[in-house]
Design a protein around this ligand. Structure first.
Ligand SMILES: [Fe+2]
Length: 178
């Protein structure tokens, strides 16, 4: 399910209606959304991956959003599995993409995916910028919101904050919820 957030920011996440307990403990009667976005630009970025239950749907959504293009960056904001479980599938499909994270992110990637080869990585610090062409991104760390590696990303061009787990809620996007 693709959705335009802006003209060049496309939602490529997935709703999961087969799950009734998120993370084995939270009741989600309408299911759960796993969120990810593509920023289309001279250098295209994918914001986060999604849960392994929907990896194939997510990769197909990215294909559709890219329309034959190649992603330049995969930006990892959070390593909890609903955000990170599809990193390996992405790296295997797009080995020329650069994986972007901070020092703690890369430590966790090593623990979550032992032996996974990443050809290109970019380690960023709090406040660092990444220029995609039109979109200008700034990384703002948000440790313990809600794991220590969490960072958010602000796109000054479209004035969009990719907030990782901040300001989140449970539920699926296509369900009518409170
Ligand atoms: Fe989380």
């Amino acid at each position: 399910m693709l959705k335009e957030v802006t003209k060049s920011i496309i939602y490529v996440g997935a709703d999961d209606h087969e799950i009734d307990l998120f993370e084995g403990q939270y009741i989600v009667p309408n299911g759960m959304a796993y969120n990810s976005y593509v920023i289309l630009d001279d250098k295209t970025a994918v914001m986060d991956t999604i849960d392994r239950r929907k990896t194939e749907e997510w990769l197909a959504n990215i294909d559709e959003a890219l329309n034959g293009g190649q992603p330049e960056y995969l930006i990892i904001q959070h390593m909890e599995p609903d955000h990170s479980a599809s990193i390996k599938a992405f790296v295997e499909k797009y080995p020329s993409a650069t994986v972007v994270g901070n020092k703690k992110t890369f430590n966790m990637i090593g623990q979550f995916f032992p032996g996974m080869k990443m050809d290109k990585t970019l380690e960023v610090s709090n406040g660092d910028n990444l220029d995609l062409g039109n979109h200008k991104l700034t990384f703002v760390f948000a440790p313990m919101v809600h794991w220590p590696e969490v960072m958010t990303t602000y796109d000054a061009t479209d004035e969009v904050l990719f907030s990782a787990d901040g300001f989140g809620k449970f539920g699926a996007l296509d369900a009518d919820e409170d």
